[in-house]
Design a protein. Structure first.
Length: 207
């Protein structure tokens, strides 16, 4: 009886979530993206900010999980994709999945096919602010350093990992949970820690 009552009480929310997932969120993503492949799957509504002169490309069968209860770790935030400046590029390949991920492109970020990005990981190609204190005082966002980020195919990025500007991650690499990656990662390497260091090689995959 209690289970029946619980199902009845949850029914409106369940219907609402299904409408968001199957209609509202995919339409929103397609409107915001420059190009979006078929089969996109949304769980909850992601946040997308794209400058009109920037490029956002999503491949086929991309999964964007943005609803807290749809991830076993219970997400603190939805997926956020931001392509912030004229000419900036964010390219996400086919069959990429992500949960509560924040990706910020001021220059260029590319993510290869079948890459999995764990809960609340962050990927950014900019420092956001200049390192010089005088420059920050004059203008807190001007002259921030940017460098492109390249992430290969079949990469697994663990929960709450942070990928910083200028990093190249080779195919089939694994980034440990909460790792802070400021240097390149070879194909097939497992890295962990802050700063991230290689701890093992799965296999020397091809880039």
């Amino acid at each position: 009886m209690i289970r029946l009552i619980s199902k009845v009480l949850r029914a409106p929310r369940t219907v609402f979530n299904r409408i968001v997932d199957s209609i509202c969120a995919p339409v929103f993503v397609r409107i915001q993206a420059t190009r979006c492949g078929s089969g996109i799957s949304c769980r909850g509504l992601p946040l997308i900010n794209r400058h009109p002169l920037a490029t956002l490309t999503l491949g086929r069968s991309v999964i964007l999980c943005s609803r807290a209860i749809d991830n076993i770790l219970y997400l603190a935030r939805p997926c956020r994709l931001a392509v912030c400046k004229p000419g900036a590029v964010l390219e996400i390949g086919d069959h990429v999945s992500m949960s509560g991920v924040t990706i910020v492109a001021y220059e260029r970020i590319r993510i290869g096919d079948r890459t999995m990005i764990g809960a609340e990981a962050m990927i950014m190609d900019t420092d956001f602010h200049p390192l010089d204190a005088g420059q920050r005082a004059a203008n807190p966002t001007a002259n921030a350093v940017t460098r492109p980020v390249e992430i290969g195919s079949d990469v697994f990025i663990g929960t709450r990992a942070i990928i910083l500007k200028g990093v190249h991650i080779g195919n089939a690499a694994v980034i440990g949970a909460a790792a802070v990656v400021g240097h390149d990662v070879a194909a097939g390497d497992i890295v962990a820690g802050n700063p991230a260091r290689s701890i093992r090689v799965i296999r020397r995959a091809q880039n």
